[in-house]
Design a protein around this ligand. Structure first.
Ligand SMILES: Nc1ncnc2c1ncn2[C@@H]1O[C@H](COP(=O)(O)OP(=O)(O)OP(=O)(O)O)[C@@H](O)[C@H]1O
Ligand SMILES: [Mg+2]
Length: 240
């Protein structure tokens, strides 16, 4: 097998919103490297550029300058014309799992179908997609609500279903923007435990944006972002 290097590599990433007097430099020359199987925290004050970084990485917004590679494959390179893939939709669907602060579930589908949809779209059989959804809902302690319409679930239940959905296709990269914000601290730590397990089992690279003081000590490695510039820090790596 060839050596593919880091799961995520960012070099000199810069993002400027707008232009002229109202321009905002949200990211300034950010470098970052995350190995397969690593769970890394991204912390920093409000407005420092955390969500902007995840959105650039997830091909949701276009950076202004720099390079992004996933598993050694260039995804974005401003010196080579920008996005290196013509099908960003497929890139997001097949290679990146997103967890947002708000769950964004499909309200008229039940919990199982919300989770099973992506594996089905990726070509898995109905039965295997549903089986996988069931296992994930179990792991996230929300299996008892599997056949409920998601609009009738609590915010925390909806968020755990959204997390199950992000894990369903076993993407090599998971980007989580304050994933535990609507959860109580026990459930928040359970979610971190599951993400760590996922990272180990499938060599997933995971970036978690958080303000949560209970979660921050669990990271072995952190990036602190201040005014669009990242600083790498060692974390406590507390096991949960
Ligand atoms: N679409 C946009 N247009 C213009 N400026 C934007 C846009 N999105 C974000 N910004 C600005 O870019 C900077 C970084 O925003 P970003 O959302 O990345 O911060 P954040 O670290 O995620 O903050 P928070 O912790 O509050 O979520 C902020 O100054 C913000 O106002
Ligand atoms: Mg944000």
């Amino acid at each position: 097998m060839s050596v593919i290097g880091p799961a995520i590599r960012i070099e000199g990433l810069t993002k400027r919103y707008g232009s002229g007097d109202t321009a905002v430099d949200a990211l300034r020359n950010v470098d970052m490297s995350i190995d397969p199987g690593e769970v890394v925290g991204l912390i920093g004050p409000s407005g420092s550029g955390k969500s902007t970084l995840l959105k650039c990485l997830g091909a949701v917004i276009e950076p202004t300058k720099g390079k992004i590679s996933l598993s050694g494959q260039p995804i974005y390179d401003s010196d080579a014309g920008g996005w290196q893939s013509r099908d960003l939709h497929a890139l997001r669907r097949d290679r990146i799992g997103f967890i947002f602060q708000a769950p964004y579930l499909i309200p008229f589908l039940n919990a199982t179908d919300n989770v099973a949809l992506l594996p089905m779209l990726a070509g898995n059989s109905n039965a295997s997609a549903r089986q996988r959804a069931g296992e994930l809902l179990q792991a996230l302690q929300v299996a008892h609500r599997a056949s409920a319409a998601v609009s009738q679930l609590s915010g925390g239940e909806q968020q755990r279903i959204a997390i199950a959905r992000a894990l369903a296709n076993q993407p090599p990269v998971i980007l989580a923007d304050e994933p535990t914000a609507p959860l109580d601290s026990e459930r928040a730590l359970n979610v971190i435990h599951i993400l760590n397990q996922m990272a180990q089992q499938y060599q997933t690279a995971i970036i978690i944006v958080t303000h949560d003081e209970k979660i921050i000590p669990t990271f072995k490695r952190l990036y602190r972002i201040v005014d669009g510039r990242t600083h790498e820090e060692a974390g406590e790596g507390r096991v949960v």
